[in-house]
Every structure is written in C-alpha cells, then in structure tokens.
Unconditional design. Structure first.
Length: 191
C-alpha cells in the first residue's frame, strides 16, 4: 500500500490564497514603479523650477564657467603658438646645417695615411655658416698638398685655406714633420 499526501484544505481556498499572493506581488511592483516615476518627475520639476526662479544665478555660473574655459583655451593657444615659432626657428637653424657626424665621416674619408689631426674645431658665424679649423701634422709638404687637394675636391668643404705650414724642430727618423693649420667652410646641406 502506498502512502499519499492528502491535503485537508480545499482546493478553492488554495487557489484563492495563490491569487491573493500574486496580486500583492504585482501591486507592490506597481507601487514601487510609480514611486520611482514620481520621484524622477519631481526631481526634474524641482530643477526646472529652481532654474526658472533664479535665471540670473544660473546664467552667472554658466558665464563664469565659459569665461574660465575661454581663458584656458587662449592660454593654451598662446603656448601652442610659441611652440610653433620655436619649432620653425629650430627647423630653420638645423635644416640648413649638416650634422657633425657627416662632416667628420667625410673628413675621415679625405685624410691620407701620412697626415693626422691634432686639433679640430667647429665655429658658427653670425650668418650661421659653419667653419672648421684643422691643426695637425704631416710627414711632408707633398703629403700635406695631397690632403689639401683632396679636401678642396670635396663639395662639402668650401674655401679651403692653408693658414700655416712649417717644419717641426724635432727630427723623427731623419725627416721633420710639417705642422699645419687649415680653415674652411662647410657647405649647407641641399634641401
């Protein structure tokens, strides 16, 4: 024999109770939704009413905020214009010059084995022309002449001038080295 649950409460009462529970649940959801809608509507009305009551105050706050923003924009614009001017000046200054490394590389290519440098100096003139001054030694006047011809033959070096060339007093292995000083200009880089 099987055991079954027997409900002693009539089915009509159970259905009514279930219906009442559902109605209470949906009624409470409806009340909460209505309360939220009313709260949102009341907040919007209060905001609109507050602005309608004090249009000058809201306008003054808005005008002050706009004035502050315009001032910030003008400040940023001035800084940007200054940076652009500096950039143009820098490009004009650097754009015409060759890099020192390219000058040194070209100078190393023109050197011969019998000539060596003791001092190398770069100078910039008022018209932004780059000058180079070379001081060093050579085994002989012929080797120095060869170096000057090779230096003059390079388009990068202009106005090559031998400022001085004199034999040194010390005799090394039977020949006296020639001490020299050469000056020249560096051609501006073609755009």
């Amino acid at each position: 024999m099987a055991v079954r649950d027997i409900n002693l409460i009539p089915g009509e009462i159970l259905e009514r109770r279930s219906l009442i529970h559902h109605l209470l649940l949906w009624l409470s959801i409806l009340v909460v939704a209505a309360a939220l809608i009313m709260a949102a509507h009341g907040y919007q009305n209060r905001m609109m009413y507050g602005e309608a009551q004090n249009p000058q105050g809201a306008g003054k706050d808005l005008a002050a905020a706009l004035t502050r923003i315009v001032g910030d924009i003008q400040k940023e614009q001035k800084e940007l214009n200054l940076a652009r001017r500096e950039q143009v000046q820098l490009v004009a200054l650097i754009g015409e010059r060759r890099s020192y490394s390219s000058v040194l590389a070209k100078l190393a290519d023109t050197m011969n084995d019998q000539t060596w440098l003791q001092q190398l100096a770069f100078n910039t003139d008022k018209d932004r022309t780059l000058h180079i001054s070379l001081m060093g030694f050579s085994h002989s006047h012929e080797a120095l002449g060869t170096f000057i011809q090779r230096l003059s033959g390079e388009p990068m070096f202009r106005l090559v001038v031998l400022k001085s060339a004199q034999e040194s007093q010390d005799k090394l292995s039977g020949s006296a080295p020639v001490q020299f000083q050469i000056e020249c200009d560096i051609a501006k880089e073609a755009p």
